[in-house]
Design a protein around this ligand. Structure first.
Ligand code: AMP
Length: 174
């Protein structure tokens, strides 16, 4: 029988040489398997201890929105600079060369909101770490961080000490 992991397509040397891109379109392209993956993510957290779900652009939206729908929770998009129309806050994070930025609407979170952050994949953990800073800047509490996939060899968890982090599938090499 095929496992969830069998539905992830590894695309070597994308977007650049040496990177093994974990393509989720082959998983979400199967309705039953997509459903199973969302339920597996849901099983990692307790819905009644979460107020709102943050999804990270763009593939994080797919899983975060499905969870928000399942649990009838608010969905908050974290986006690349210049995409959100109203007043935003932003956080910068380091890339291999240079920096990048993520943004959130300033009125998306109220003090004390318990936030679950969801993305498709954790590599170095830099993106999600910047998201924890966005949440906390607005007075939110990071109640959990969930991924479908974790690249354990990049040790992203070391940036997320103290947060409850869960992933469904792990890869220990490119
Ligand atoms: P990082 O900030 O290094 O944890 O990178 C995480 C973000 O980059 C996520 O939003 C992923 O979708 C994307 N990403 C990084 N590495 C890969 C990979 N090997 N395959 C697919 N997506 C990746």
């Amino acid at each position: 029988m095929k496992t969830l992991k069998d539905y992830i397509r590894n695309v070597p040397d994308f977007p650049k040489p040496g990177i093994g891109f974990k393509d989720i379109t082959t998983l979400i392209g199967h309705g039953e398997v997509f459903h199973q993956a969302v339920d597996a993510l849901a099983a990692q957290f307790e819905a009644d201890k979460i107020d709102k779900i943050v999804g990270i652009e763009a593939r994080g939206f797919i899983f975060a929105a499905a969870l928000a729908y399942k649990w009838k929770k608010s969905f908050i998009p974290v986006r690349k600079p210049g995409k959100l129309p109203a007043k935003t806050i932003s956080e910068e994070y380091d890339l291999e060369y240079g920096t990048d930025k993520v943004e959130m609407h300033q009125d998306a979170i109220q003090t004390g909101d318990r936030i679950l952050i969801i993305d498709d994949l954790m590599a170095t953990g830099g993106t999600v770490q910047a998201c924890t800073r966005l949440v906390e800047k607005l007075g939110g509490v990071v109640a959990g961080i969930g991924f479908l996939i974790e690249l354990t060899f990049l040790n992203g968890r070391s940036r997320l000490t103290g947060y409850p982090v869960s992933s469904i599938l792990s890869f220990d090499s490119e």
